[in-house]
Design a protein around this ligand. Structure first.
Ligand code: HEM
Length: 458
């Protein structure tokens, strides 16, 4: 059995590059060592960009892996709580997944579709012709409105406004590349008073917690009559023993859905607007498809448009929001495709490197939505949402949201990417995810004539 290529640089030495220039870090290692390599020892971290090995990892029994108490992910405990799906393991992870999955299936999507289009129009009402806006912030405004409405059924009121404002401030603060050190090194999470960076997060977070607990308590006493929002469904869900989720469990899962459910989609949407407005041929073809479809009464019709779908898929391929899947630690040795991974090894299917394999994606640095119309990729070749027992539970929701928000924006506004930004842009770190650079701005030029009637301007 060959030994795995790689280096044994300790974590503290490789962390600055991994945190501040993650894509260069991955690409350097890939060039040097190939599609499966290890870094560090005791335990080694193994990055995988080989579809056959990724397939074996995604198809393996969940009992083969665990999540460590001290991992990059554990730095998220402060934000999400220790009963978050992202941080749970074993039977408790299985139980929570079963209780959380139903709102993300089937018929629910139709109701979310209407909400997404309405809230996008609401957010766009503040755009002014000639006044540039920060693209990621604008997309985050939309996705935060959408997730609050989907999760809580909330759309207005003091609690909603405050929650929206606090979540946005908290995540903006945590979103700088340097704040990522707080996540990777939880030991840095020290409260030195309200003016210190971490002290500020702690105070905002405790106000958010109080608002969420107040909402849970109100809703337990007075359930919504139609009960179609995610919180209502989670309150009434029962596990195999007939047990409901406790207030603490509900709080942590709500926080998880709020954070995981809008940060990621906002970055993906910002990238999609950038690509569409940088590349005229993509813009033209997308508009042709949208114009041919007309304004449908059923927003879900847009979700089936092939080129729009391909643009969103290519957006998530070229710069996946999560550069690797979540952490998976082996409970026992694993032999696959000629490799032997030792017990205790930390496995990371590397989404970015897999999506940039020349053999799967010719000219991988080029944004070419067409490749998704010409070829069907397997769930081990294209993995923006990970896979296996820890796959993203919001993947269908996120993809639909991307398509509907993008279609709604393009139908209503003519936007312009400033001259200076019509060039290759590289992602920057935002916590555990990657986002477009903070200077990505766009200018609304004019509302599209056919749509002026349809957009309620505030
Ligand atoms: C473009 C948007 C999104 C991307 C790129 C994305 C990506 C991912 C990835 C890569 C993982 C880890 C999968 C693995 O380790 O195999 C994940 C997990 C997760 N995602 Fe998403 N996600 C997105 C949107 C959402 C949304 C909208 C929600 C919920 C409303 C959500 C909720 C979650 C949760 C709860 C997990 C943890 C699952 C578990 O550990 O069992 N995500 N996501």
């Amino acid at each position: 059995m060959p030994t795995l290529p790689g280096s044994n640089t300790p974590f503290w030495q490789r962390a600055p590059k991994l945190i501040l220039r993650p894509l260069d870090y991955f690409e350097d290692n890939y060039r040097r060592y190939g599609s499966v390599f290890q870094v560090g020892e005791k335990p080694p971290s193994i990055y995988v960009a080989d579809p056959a090995v990724i397939q074996a990892i995604f198809q393996a029994d969940a009992a083969q892996f665990h999540i460590p108490s001290q991992s990059p992910g554990s730095g998220l405990t402060f934000l999400l709580g220790n009963q978050s799906l992202l941080l749970l393991d074993g039977e408790r992870h299985r139980r929570h997944r079963r209780l959380l999955m139903p709102p993300f299936h089937g018929d629910r999507m139709r109701a979310y579709g209407d909400v997404i289009c309405t809230l996008t129009k609401q957010a766009m009402a503040s755009w002014q012709p000639g006044t540039a806006f920060n693209v990621r912030a604008a997309m985050q405004d939309i996705t935060l409105r959408v997730i609050l409405k989907a999760v809580f059924g909330l759309g207005d009121g003091d609690r909603y406004d405050r929650l929206r404002q606090l979540l946005s401030t908290l995540l903006e603060g945590l979103g700088t590349p340097f704040s990522a050190f707080f996540i990777f090194f939880p030991g840095l999470q020290k409260d030195w008073g309200p003016m210190s960076p971490w002290g500020r997060f702690v105070r905002i977070k405790s106000e958010i917690d109080a608002l969420i607990y107040a909402e849970i308590s109100d809703r337990r006493q007075q359930p919504y009559p139609d009960g179609t929002d995610i919180l209502s469904m989670m309150i009434s869900a029962r596990d195999a023993q007939g047990e409901p989720l406790s207030d603490g469990e509900l709080h942590d899962e709500l926080m998880t859905l709020l954070v995981a459910g809008h940060e990621t989609t906002a970055s993906a949407l910002a990238w999609s607007l950038y690509w569409v407005h940088w590349l005229p041929e993509v813009n033209e073809r997308l508009h042709q498809e949208l114009d041919a479809g007309g304004l449908s009464a059923d927003p879900l019709a847009d979700a089936n448009l092939p080129y729009l779908t391909a643009v969103c898929q290519e957006t998530l391929r070229i710069y996946p929001v999560a550069p690797t899947t979540g952490i998976r630690i082996l409970n026992q040795p694993m032999t696959v495709a000629g490799y032997e991974f030792p017990s205790g090894a930390v496995l990371f299917p590397n989404i970015y490197l897999l999506h940039h394999r020349e053999d799967l994606y010719p000219e991988p640095k080029a944004f070419r939505p067409k490749r998704f119309l010409e070829r069907q990729y397997s769930p081990y070749e294209y993995v923006p949402f990970g896979g296996g027992h820890r796959s993203c539970i919001g993947s269908a929701f996120a993809l639909m949201e991307m398509k509907l928000v993008l279609a709604t924006i393009l139908r209503h506004w003519e936007l312009e990417l400033p001259e200076g930004l019509r060039r290759p842009l590289k992602p920057v770190r935002r916590g555990l995810t990657l986002a477009p650079p903070g200077n990505l701005r766009m200018t609304p030029l004019a509302q599209r004539a056919a749509q002026r009637q349809a957009l309620p301007l505030g």
